[in-house]
Design a protein. Structure first.
Length: 187
């Protein structure tokens, strides 16, 4: 009889622990604001695009620096994506698996190009994208409500900033400039 009672108490204790774990998980998800969730989803979508376009650059790039940058995008955004998927799971966001229509259109446009035309179009796209992404990662790192999302954004910000520096160097080497929407200046 004592054994059954102890077993019952142990089972209730296990259920209580499972319940508390579920509540804690829900609390973690509740700490993330709608803006946090939107950021995570957008970051994952952008990362998917960087990977696919990076693969394309390794195949179609005419210059070694474009091919190497493309491979860097595949490697780095693959790692960032894995980290962000973990955060997405914590806050209840389903990771996207497809490219946005805009990213798909860019991929199709780049697939139709070759040689120097491909390199220049890819460089321009990466300049614009990394400038936009850096601003988004900085904003989330500074204003996010979920500590997990803020930490991921801060780590991602460092990577995106390094990518922006790299693509700016490549753009200079290829004489590629892009109009900045913010101030109208060429970069």
């Amino acid at each position: 009889m004592k054994f059954k009672r102890m077993l019952g108490i142990s089972a209730m204790g296990c259920l209580a622990l499972l319940f508390l774990a579920a509540v804690a998980s829900q609390a973690q998800a509740g700490q993330a604001s709608a803006a946090d969730k939107t950021f995570v989803k957008a970051a994952l979508k952008g990362g998917n695009a960087e990977i696919e376009l990076g693969k394309l650059a390794t195949q179609k790039g005419a210059s070694d620096d474009v091919k190497q940058f493309g491979q860097q995008m595949v490697d780095d955004h693959g790692r960032l994506g894995d980290q962000m998927k973990s955060v997405a799971g914590q806050i209840g966001v389903e990771p996207p698996t497809t490219l946005t229509p805009m990213d798909k259109a860019l991929e199709v446009r780049l697939q139709a190009l070759s040689g120097d035309d491909f390199d220049k179009a890819y460089i321009k796209a990466m300049l614009k994208d990394h400038e936009k992404d850096l601003a988004a990662f900085q904003k989330e790192a500074n204003t996010g409500t979920s500590s997990a999302v803020k930490d991921a954004a801060a780590q991602g910000q460092q990577v995106v900033s390094a990518h922006l520096d790299m693509i700016r160097e490549i753009a200079a080497a290829h004489n590629v400039t892009v109009q900045s929407k913010a101030d109208g200046s060429a970069q």
